[in-house]
Write a new protein. Sequence first.
Length: 610
Amino acid sequence: MTDVIALLPDSVANQIAAGEVIQRPASVIKELVENAVDAGAKIINVLVVDAGRTSIQVIDDGCGMSMTDARLAFERHATSKIRQADDLFSLHTMGFRGEALPSIAAVSQVELRTRRQEDEVGTCLTLSGSHVVGQEPCSCSVGCSFAVSNLFFNVPARRKFLKSNATELNNIITAFERIVLVYPEISFTLHSNGQELMNLRSGSLRQRIIDVYGRRYGQDLLPVGVETSLCRITGFVAKPEAARKKGVHECFFVNGRYMKHPYFHKAVAQAYDRLIPAGAHVPYFIYFEVSPADIDVNIHPTKTEIKFENEQPIWQILTAAVHDAIGQFCEIPQIDFDTEGKPEIPVYDPTLSTDSRLSSDSRFSKWSSPSSAPAYNPFKQKPAADWQRLYEGLPSSEAQQVQPAPSLFEESADSPQPIANSQDLSPLHYQYKGRYVMTAVKSGLMIIDQHRADVRIRYERYMHQLADAPSQSQRLLFPESVDLTPAEAALMPELLPSLAAVGFDLTPLGPISYAIAGVPADIEGIDPVTLLHDILADVSTLNAQLSILNSRLALTMARKAAIPYGEVLSNDDMDTLVNRLFACSDVNHTPDGKAILSILPQQDIERLMA
């Protein structure tokens, strides 16, 4: 019987490892930029074409590599970061596994140009699918220049399941942001298809956050700082009024490495308990400095999951630090017992008598003469006024036609017509606490959530407009400008046709700036800038497929424009709402699956009243 176990070739082993390390173009950029940081670079430039499908280039001014190191760097488990197992507990670098470069080379075509400061010429190394194609001396600047082309060219299944360019570019920007937020002293640039998306100069951490996420973060950041024997915590949390339900940036970093930690997230959320609405989140950027011996980063190839030895004490320290930052912002009044330099307030002495009676001079009194003071008689009868003459010539009240008050719902040509006798609906309705519309039906009492019902109505209207005909746009008297984050700007080219279909008129002013000249005609009272940010925050979490984007766009606008809770409705408004709801394709649930109505059966009512 022959042996069946064989040692895999290095090229096959590298492709297997690439399945975990290199998941998409963003993974390539993460690994290459982290290597540049470990090399001591002060300027790092990233250039991508077609969201990394065609090419990815990372250029740095780090220490560079020799000819031998450049060749050896693409071998599995070849690294300059550690030498023995104990070094895993004293890591001060981003990478240490020695799997990134061989994994990248296994699924792409790579060209490396590198030179050290002491070398006169550099090295140009070319690889394709883990195989070395060529190596020769070349002229290049100090540092490294990695050019990765045709990612997943030899793994068609992986390349086929890459998302759209907008989604992959959004992932690249997210990975890029997580690195630049840790190293504000390093200058970074990011270009996509020749267009500059980010140009970040070295500076303070606060300025780096503002440069990445926009000026609106500038006034909302509260500093966090505490130092103990276990850890040092620094960074920023946002004010409670900056809370939002979506599109919030929540980042933890430990020893310069981004991490995901749901347990510590609960610590931050607990500090904001009862300060922000339910379901809302606040941005935070919190940095931990912990002894490398007290954490374990060697859990997953992506190194975003980290275990802490002293997790519970650090949780308590974090909660106290965030509480302290919020408390300083709230300016809680305190009793001050320091009276030095303060004015002296005399102490009350009951033995001292004071005369509180007031004296007046009658010569200056308006009522000094009894004859000048008018006598007030509340029972004196006023002369009767002949008020009938005031209404002469006017038509009688019976002849007047009372005009009904304008309804909250204006009928339009594309509005669904009310359904007659749907479930034997009563023509009279009752609004309960400005939230529910109650109406009698044949089987009992129907309770309708007015906001969710209007969400369903508007959602189907917007989807109809996106599918068939563009909506009417209302021109703004003064166009408003909006500055987007690079991640939001990456989604705009694919979203622009859908936004135009529902009534937005957007004009690009630059790579990340747009002018809003028109908005949908039925969103009066809603800030268009906030609405646009909310739409982009909603769709950024989805795969950028047109049908999904249109659905999320319609749902976001419907939520913003729908009747708010607390709005008082007339009976005509409620009747129109109910009839339009029953003209929808689904009257029971909102597009995101929430219940719209519920029926209290007649027998349950009779049992309650028994």
